[in-house]
Design a protein around this ligand. Structure first.
Ligand SMILES: [Zn+2]
Length: 90
């Protein structure tokens, strides 16, 4: 079994998961609005290209916080959202 020293979760890094930026692209240096998977249009395209030519996978990108899971990233079913609003309105 592989024991990887130096990768023990550090309590001091707890904030990292809390600070899920939803207001800008996941790429740290990028301040564009995210379009898909937490990435802006151009970074999403780069990621998509990389996945498409099998340089990486979405899973790997997600693992390294370079992409958000496809569910729950603002791509909610629009009809369901509207329905939810109407149910609340009554
Ligand atoms: Zn970006």
């Amino acid at each position: 079994m592989l024991v990887r020293l130096g990768e023990v979760p550090d309590l001091g890094e707890q904030n990292v998961t809390d600070a899920t930026k939803t207001d800008s692209c996941l790429i740290p240096t990028c301040i564009s609005d995210p379009k898909s998977r937490g990435l802006c249009h151009s970074h999403y395209q780069s990621a998509w290209n990389a996945v498409n030519n099998e340089s990486t996978t979405w899973e790997e990108l997600e693992e390294h916080s370079l992409a958000a899971p496809s569910t729950g990233t603002g791509r909610k079913n629009h009809i369901l959202e509207l329905l939810e609003q109407r149910r609340k309105a009554t």
